[in-house]
Design a protein around this ligand. Structure first.
Ligand SMILES: Cc1cc2nc3c(=O)[nH]c(=O)nc-3n(C[C@H](O)[C@H](O)[C@H](O)COP(=O)(O)OP(=O)(O)OC[C@H]3O[C@@H](n4cnc5c(N)ncnc54)[C@H](O)[C@@H]3O)c2cc1C
Length: 451
C-alpha cells in the first residue's frame, strides 16, 4: 500500500483520539484504503494474524469509539470519498463511507435535494451510520436509523455483504441494515451507504424565543409537536449556554432558556407554522419571539448553535469539555432537565445544557479542569445519576453519541437479558473479537480469543 500504510509515531498519534474526554490510545498502524477490495484484504490479513481493526471516519465521536484500546490497525476512511450515484427521481444517493455530510450536501445541491442529518461536526457518512447519529433536523426528517436504506459491509472474515436495496420499504427477512446502523464498527467496516434524500424546501424561516424557565421552553416544544406543527428544528439552549453563545458567536440575545426553531415549507406554510408557534410560546411566557428570514441571519444563528461546544469551552479557559447525551420520552423532558440542572448546581459543577428537545434528547456539557480529579469525579457522579434518572423514565443512556467505551456499563441496566443477545450477535459475526474490540460491549465476555 506504499505510503498509505504508516507505523510512524506521528500518524499513530493522529488517529489515537476523538473529540471526547477519554485519553488517547494509539493503534499500531494506520492504513488508508482506496477501495472495498482493499479493505477486504486488510481485514482478512488482520483476521489471520488476530489483529484488532478500528474503522476511523472523521474522529469526531464523543465516547471514545475510535480509541485503539487493544492496539491494532486503524482503517482511516478519508480516501473513500466518492459520491457514487444520485437518483433524483427516487430521492436517494449512494456514497462511499468516507464522504462527509457537508461534502455530500455541497455535491448534490444542484439536484434540489439535501441530506438532513447534521451532527454539529462535519462527520463522515460511515461514522454517522455507525453511531446512529442525528442532529437538529431529526425531529422532522429522522435520524440515521430512518435515512439509511442499505449498507455494504466488509465482515470480520473479509466477506462483503449488502443489507438492502433502494426500495423505500421492505418486509424481507431480518433487518440487517438496522443491525449495522449504530454498531460502532464492532460488526464490520462499512464501505458504502445508500441514503434517503429530501427536497430542499421552497421556504425556510427561523425564529428564536426566550422563556422564563426551562420548563416553559420545553412545554412550548412539546405543545408544538402535539399541535402537529411539522417543525424542522427545535433546539433548547439553557441560560448559561446562552451566555456562552452570546460571547462566542457575537449574539445579543437575552440570557435565558431559549428555543431556536426552523420551519420548512411553502412561503405561506412557514409563516403559518411560525405564527402558530409564536402563539403557543406567548401563552407560556415566551418573550421577544424574533424571526430571522434572511439567509445570512439564519446561517449565523444556526452556526452559533452548532458551535455550542466551543462556546461553552470558552467560558472556562483551559477546561476540557465532556459532552454527555441522553434521551427521554418528551413528556418527561422538562422534569429530567430540571432535576439534572438542580443536581449540577448542588454539586457546584460548571456545565451547560443544550438539547434537540423535539426528540426528547439533551446534552450536558461539563467543563472540567483536566488537572483536577475532583471535578472529573463530580461530573462522573452527576452523569451517573442523570443516566439512572433517564432509564427510570424509560429513556436511553444515549440518544445519538453512542456507547463507545464511555457508556458500556449502562447497557446492562437499560437492556437486561437482551444484552446477552447483543453479545451472541457480536460473537457470531466476529468470533475472535477483532472488530473495534472493547467498544459497545465488554471484551472480556468472549475475551479468551483476543491475541
Ligand atoms: C462539536 C460536535 C458536535 C456534535 N454534535 C452531534 C450531534 O448533534 N449529533 C450526533 O449524533 N453526534 C454529534 N457529534 C458526535 C459525532 O459528530 C458523531 O458521533 C458522528 O457520527 C461521528 O462520525 P465520524 O465520521 O467522526 O466517526 P468517528 O468518530 O471516526 O467514528 C465513530 C464510530 O464509528 C466507527 N466507524 C467510523 N467509520 C466507520 C465505517 N466506515 N465502518 C464501520 N465503523 C465506522 C468508528 O470505529 C467509531 O466507533 C458531535 C461532535 C462534535 C465534536
Amino acid at each position: 500500500m506504499g505510503d498509505r500504510l504508516s507505523t510512524s509515531e506521528g500518524s499513530r498519534l493522529q488517529f489515537s483520539q476523538d473529540e471526547s474526554y477519554h485519553p488517547p490510545k494509539t493503534p499500531d498502524a494506520v492504513v488508508r484504503p482506496v477501495s472495498e477490495q482493499e479493505i477486504s484484504k486488510i481485514v482478512s490479513l488482520c483476521s489471520r494474524y488476530r489483529t484488532p481493526i478500528i474503522p476511523f471516519g472523521a474522529g469526531t465521536s464523543l465516547e471514545g469509539g475510535i480509541l485503539a484500546i487493544h492496539g491494532g490497525v486503524c482503517i482511516e476512511m478519508s480516501a473513500m470519498n466518492q459520491v457514487l450515484r444520485v437518483n433524483g427521481e427516487d430521492q436517494d444517493v449512494t456514497v462511499q463511507a468516507g464522504v462527509t455530510r457537508m461534502q455530500l450536501n455541497s455535491q448534490i445541491r444542484e439536484t434540489g435535494l439535501f441530506f438532513p442529518v447534521d451532527p454539529g461536526a462535519d462527520a463522515t457518512i460511515g461514522g454517522m451510520t455507525s453511531t446512529r447519529a442525528s442532529g437538529t433536523n431529526s425531529v422532522r426528517y429522522g435520524t440515521m436509523r430512518e435515512n439509511v436504506l442499505n449498507v455494504r459491509v466488509v465482515l470480520a472474515n473479509g466477506k462483503v455483504i449488502k443489507t438492502g436495496g433502494r426500495a423505500r420499504k421492505s418486509a424481507a427477512g431480518y433487518d440487517l441494515t438496522r443491525l449495522f446502523v449504530g454498531a460502532e464498527g464492532t460488526l464490520g467496516v462499512i464501505t458504502e451507504v445508500t441514503l434517503r434524500l429530501h427536497g430542499i424546501p421552497e421556504a425556510t424561516t427561523v425564529a428564536i424565543c426566550s422563556f422564563p424557565s426551562v420548563r416553559a421552553a420545553v412545554s412550548c416544544s412539546v405543545s408544538t409537536i402535539q399541535y402537529g406543527v411539522p417543525v424542522a428544528r427545535i433546539e433548547l439552549i439553557d441560560k448559561l449556554q446562552m451566555r456562552a453563545c452570546n460571547n462566542y458567536s457575537f449574539l445579543n440575545l437575552p440570557e435565558a432558556p431559549t428555543l431556536f426553531f426552523e420551519f420548512h415549507g411553502s412561503t405561506a406554510g412557514v409563516r403559518e407554522q411560525a405564527e402558530t408557534v409564536e402563539g403557543i410560546a406567548k401563552g407560556l411566557g415566551g418573550e421577544s419571539f424574533k424571526w430571522a428570514e434572511k439567509t445570512e441571519e439564519r446561517t449565523h444563528l444556526w452556526q452559533a448553535r452548532h458551535d455550542a461546544l466551543y462556546a461553552a469551552l470558552a467560558l472556562k479557559p483551559g477546561a476540557q469539555a465532556w459532552s454527555t447525551d441522553v434521551c427521554v420520552p418528551v413528556s418527561r423532558l422538562a422534569e429530567c432537565i430540571e432535576d439534572t440542572r438542580l443536581d449540577i448546581e448542588k454539586s457546584r459543577a460548571t456545565a451547560t445544557i443544550v438539547g434537540h428537545v423535539g426528540d426528547g434528547n439533551f446534552h450536558v456539557i461539563f467543563l472540567i479542569d483536566p488537572k483536577c480529579p475532583e471535578e472529573q469525579k463530580i461530573a462522573r457522579q452527576i452523569n451517573h445519576r442523570m443516566i439512572s434518572r433517564v432509564i427510570a423514565m424509560e429513556g436511553t443512556c444515549s440518544g445519538e453519541h453512542g456507547i463507545g467505551i464511555g457508556k458500556k456499563d449502562y447497557l446492562d441496566i437499560e437492556f437486561g437479558e437482551a444484552l446477552g443477545i447483543m453479545h451472541d450477535l457480536k460473537h457470531t459475526l466476529d468470533p475472535c473479537n477483532l472488530m473495534n474490540p472493547g467498544k459497545v460491549l465488554d471484551s472480556d465476555y468472549y475475551s479468551s480469543q483476543i491475541s
